[in-house]
Ligand binder design. Structure first.
Ligand code: NAD
Ligand code: MG
Length: 338
């Protein structure tokens, strides 16, 4: 289950909790099939596209992979903007650390950030090295620096080293995206072992605390912290109770920390996706049945592709969002928010 599939999908919501964000988001630099680059040539607006017809719909082919799943082995391979995202210098000279930047939503953010002019460090698990190297290639092709830092976020000492290495190799840090997560579906509470609970909490909550604590003293005024939450924070699916609790914690953290650190000129926001086609789903996060119909019960009748979130991560990081903090940006396929 994902971020949910089947059950409570109908009453999910979407939306923009951030008041003025929707208008600020008006021009995502997408142009399917257009050449990638750091700047869109004048007069090359993306073609008018029907969102219902864009991207694959269910039923999806049955598939599963051992955790952590590789994006390159999915059918279809998620679209993270590799051939379509076009930047316009919105993050020129910025320096970003993204956890879970090898695949899915974090990968879409990493590619977009680089094409907007930022240098990017990504963290991932050692088993995900092939996906990570592919992201690095896209970052370098955009003319930016890519820093690959594999390691397990459940280890507090590693989290501190991660921030330190990213900062040292990028020459500073002003965008921090806590995006990595663990999700494993269990139909009954009794099946959630303490080991699973520990893995979900450590990856999704502890690591967010550890990384943010390590980074904060070094973030200059104007920096942006972004946490990937989920629709499950507000509308938990019954099969991923442990995961849903961590996502509610993500949102409480965003809203509280935003008040604390605005004194330093640092903004903190969250992104709450609905169903997105990513490796999280095929590595145990979703049942095979749920995967088959994934995203089909949203008004858009399909899951989102990570590239459809790229411009949200760019907007929340960019200085143009200077009045946006303590907000959660919902992107759930048209179900309403909250
Ligand atoms: P994904 O599998 O592509 O990304 C998750 C990443 O987490 C992995 O690539 C992995 O590198 C990282 N990770 C997991 N455990 C780790 C550990 N112990 N140490 C280091 N890294 C670890 O899937 P995604 O869907 O793009 O997930 C990104 C974020 O989006 C997550 O926070 C997830 O909760 C959120 N989200 C996803 C959906 C969805 O439907 N896909 C919906 C709502 C929210
Ligand atoms: Mg991955």
């Amino acid at each position: 289950m994902t971020d949910d599939p089947s059950s409570s999908r109908r009453d999910i919501f979407l939306g923009v909790a951030a008041g003025g964000l929707a208008t600020a988001m008006a021009a995502p630099a997408l142009g399917q099939g257009a050449p990638a680059g750091t700047a869109a040539p004048a007069g090359s607006a993306p073609a008018l596209t029907n969102p219902l017809e864009r991207f694959p719909k269910p039923p999806f082919q049955m598939q599963s992979q051992p955790w952590p799943a590789l994006q390159a082995k999915m059918t279809p391979v998620p679209d993270c903007g590799e051939t379509s995202y076009r930047g316009s210098g919105r993050l020129a000279g910025r320096r970003a650390l993204i956890t879970g930047g090898d695949s899915g939503i974090g990968r879409a953010a990493a590619i977009a950030y680089a094409r907007e002019g930022a240098d990017v460090a990504i963290n991932y698990l050692p088993a995900e090295q092939p996906d990570a190297e592919d992201v690095a290639r896209h970052i370098r092709d955009a003319g930016r620096k890519a820093v690959l830092i594999p390691g397990d976020l459940r280890d507090e000492a590693f989290c501190a080293r991660l921030v330190e290495q990213a900062r040292a190799e990028l020459g500073g840090l002003d965008i921090l995206v806590s995006n990595a997560a663990y999700q494993h579906a269990q139909t009954a509470l009794a099946d959630i072992t303490t080991e699973q609970l520990d893995q979900t909490m450590k990856t999704n909550v502890y690591a967010m605390f550890w990384i943010t604590k390590a980074a904060l003293p070094h973030l200059p005024a104007g920096s942006a912290i972004i946490v990937t939450s989920s629709i499950n924070a507000d509308r938990p699916s019954q099969q991923i109770l442990d995961y849903a609790c961590t996502k509610a914690a993500n949102e409480a953290f965003v809203k509280g920390l935003a008040k604390q650190v605005i004194e330093k000129g640092i903004r903190v926001n969250g992104v709450a996706p609905g169903p997105f086609w990513t490796p999280l789903q095929v590595g145990g996060g979703q049942t095979e049945e749920g995967l088959k119909s994934f995203g089909g019960d949203t008004p858009l009748k399909r899951p989102g592709q990570p590239v459809e979130l790229a411009s949200v991560y760019v907007e929340l990081a960019a200085s143009t969002s200077s009045y946006t903090t303590g907000q959660i940006y919902g992107q759930t396929g048209g179900v309403g928010w909250p």
